[in-house]
Design a binder for this molecule. Structure first.
Ligand SMILES: N[C@@H](CCC(=O)N[C@@H](CS)C(=O)NCC(=O)O)C(=O)O
Length: 197
């Protein structure tokens, strides 16, 4: 049953929100999903209490939590004392991989929402962003040993990023080790319901 005390403002295609949804689903925590519909929309009302006008935002008994990784940490600290998906890790290799994955996702947002807002994404600033995405994916591929081991929040980043890049077809996804990690996570029974379409 959905817990009315816990709400997640998201969009169905948001990869940052999907990391959180995978964590919620993996932990068996029900939350009411509130669809902001279009992350590029300038209307502040879409984004609830978030002054950055971004998703996701978690609202826990009326208290907002901003930023996907802060939301994940909050959920674990309040509801998962065993930290089953290693959200609270201090492992530098894992944190670096998360930073690169989050960076790729942020660059994608700029390219997609830039185009949606009518900007010319052939400009050099956007070309640099595409270059950074490709270099980051290559970096992740050559550091893919970090993805070995039990299912973790890091894997939720990989699946969220991979499915989003595939959906928008921004760059080629010819990275077998990264794909294998994403495919492994995608086989978990709770991942399909949050897959972006
Ligand atoms: N660092 C933030 C990034 C959130 C983010 O960029 N969300 C995108 C959707 S995937 C968004 O709402 N963008 C709106 C905008 O940039 O105008 C997080 O991890 O929560």
């Amino acid at each position: 049953m959905t817990d009315p005390a816990l709400q997640l403002i998201h969009t169905p295609r948001s990869h940052f929100a999907r990391k959180v949804r995978l964590l919620l689903d993996g932990l068996g925590i029900e939350a009411e999903l509130i669809d902001a519909v279009n992350a590029a929309d300038p209307d502040p009302a879409r984004f609830g209490p978030n002054p950055l006008l971004k998703v996701p935002t978690l609202i826990d008994h009326g208290r907002p939590v901003f930023e996907s990784d802060h939301i994940a940490m909050h959920l674990v600290r309040t509801r998962d004392p065993d930290d089953r998906f290693d959200v609270l890790t201090a492992d530098v290799d894992v944190l670096n991989a998360r930073a690169v994955l989050n960076g790729v996702m942020a660059l994608e947002v700029e390219l997609i929402l830039g185009a949606r807002s009518g900007l010319d994404t052939a400009q050099p600033r956007f070309a640099k962003m595409r270059e950074a995405i490709e270099r980051s994916l290559a970096w992740l591929e050559s550091n893919a040993s970090v993805f070995e081991g039990p299912v973790s929040y890091l894997g939720f980043h990989v699946l969220s990023m991979r499915d989003h890049v595939a959906l928008y077809d921004l760059v080629p996804l010819d990275y077998p080790r990264l794909q294998a990690c994403a495919d492994g996570i995608a086989r978990l029974p709770f991942t399909e319901s949050s897959k972006p379409v």
